[in-house]
Design a protein around this ligand. Structure first.
Ligand code: ZN
Ligand code: ZN
Ligand code: ZN
Length: 357
């Protein structure tokens, strides 16, 4: 905060709060906000009725429960003092910021991600272990899918999505963040929502799924996120050729994610393989995103991000090739940059798997 000239940090809903104090704010209009002045103790301002949910850490922060008749914004403003510059959590409700601006009219506002983002991006050993546990749970579901334990032909995308979701929970996730199932031409839409479309024989099926898993009761959860491709029958040579390009691009992306490499250079290395094969215009999104308490966070693996990868950075490598109206494919692992090189946390078969059922 001193280095960045920030006088007070205020975080509410979102991942910054659980990262800093282990408590996740309820996403409700009633304000929960940690106020951390640069030169004073941190205080968690929280609705009186939610105080019981907080695990107290008196060495870290004190608790100020507010009654229904009090104005929590006034309490926060008073704790903040008269800050020249305040950093506020990116996901804070606009109504709370607007009201705070009324109390602190001469304060310059910045986004907390500039302060907390780089800290959150560098995972420590316990966080990497949590990501590993979540990835292993998702991998078990991927292996069930690849082993044909999850019937595909004749079921709707939605039914398969629900099946994947149930299995993510059964394997230890506390909740499911998404379970994209996209068959045939739907696989050309990267964020397709599972629909009532029935999966037929001889089709590509893209499955991209993940959830949040807490390694210990009361600990904030870490996310999984992976994509694997199935073909319901023998794939045509044309699709195999496309998949080989994707496979090579994804492997290149993972291998290039070494400590000291700029995030955008990982994107470029991945993209080059696809562009060289003539599919450049069909790779329509960034190569990846950071992952941790949130499914999408710093560092983003994208052109323009010059951040150098550091040991402990965790992110997805997920190139895709999308042929509109026809088919598409994506392959995704969560990767951690380490001093010994990049480590892919997901190990389920990366090849195009044929499932005949
Ligand atoms: Zn996404
Ligand atoms: Zn994904
Ligand atoms: Zn992803």
């Amino acid at each position: 905060m001193a280095a960045q000239g920030v006088d007070v940090l205020m975080v509410s809903v979102g991942a910054d709060l659980p990262y800093l104090i282990g408590y996740e704010a309820m996403p409700l209009p009633r304000l929960t906000m940690l106020v951390l002045p640069r030169d004073a103790e941190a205080t968690l301002v929280i609705p009186r009725l939610e105080v019981a949910r907080v695990v107290e850490r008196p060495d870290c922060f004190s608790i100020r429960g507010w009654e229904e008749t009090e104005d929590p914004i006034a309490i926060v403003a008073q704790l903040a003092g008269r800050p020249g510059t305040a950093a506020i959590g990116d996901q804070t409700w606009a109504r709370h910021l607007v009201d705070l601006m009324g109390f602190l009219p001469s304060t310059h506002w910045r986004r907390s991600v500039e302060l907390v983002g780089p800290l959150r991006a560098r995972k420590d050993a316990a966080e990497i272990a949590a990501l590993q546990t979540a990835a292993a749970a998702a991998d078990r579901v991927a292996r069930q899918l690849q082993g044909g334990e999850i019937p595909l032909i004749g079921r709707t995308e939605s039914e398969v999505s629900e099946d994947l979701s149930r299995r993510l929970l059964a394997e230890g996730h506390a909740h499911v963040n998404f379970a994209i199932v996209a068959a045939g031409e739907n696989a050309a839409s990267p964020h397709h929502h599972a629909s009532e479309r029935v999966i037929r024989a001889g089709e590509v099926v893209l499955c991209d799924f993940g959830g949040t898993l807490s390694v210990a009761e009361g600990e904030p959860g870490y996310c999984s996120d992976m994509t694997r491709m199935i073909f319901t029958g023998e794939p045509p040579a044309e699709f195999r050729e496309l998949y080989d390009v994707l496979f090579a691009a994804q492997a290149t992306g993972v291998a290039s994610a070494t400590v000291g490499t700029a995030a955008q250079d990982v994107d470029r290395a991945t993209r080059k393989v696809i562009a060289d094969a003539g599919y450049g215009a069909q790779f329509i999104h960034r190569t990846g995103h950071g992952i941790g308490l949130f499914e999408h966070e710093d560092p983003y693996i994208v052109e323009g991000n010059e951040v150098l990868l550091e040991a402990g950075h965790a992110f997805s490598i997920e190139p895709g090739i999308y042929i509109e109206g026809r088919w598409g494919a994506r392959l995704e692992d969560i990767v951690v940059a380490t001093d010994d090189g990049p480590v892919a946390l997901n190990t389920a078969d990366h090849s195009l798997v044929v499932v005949e059922a």
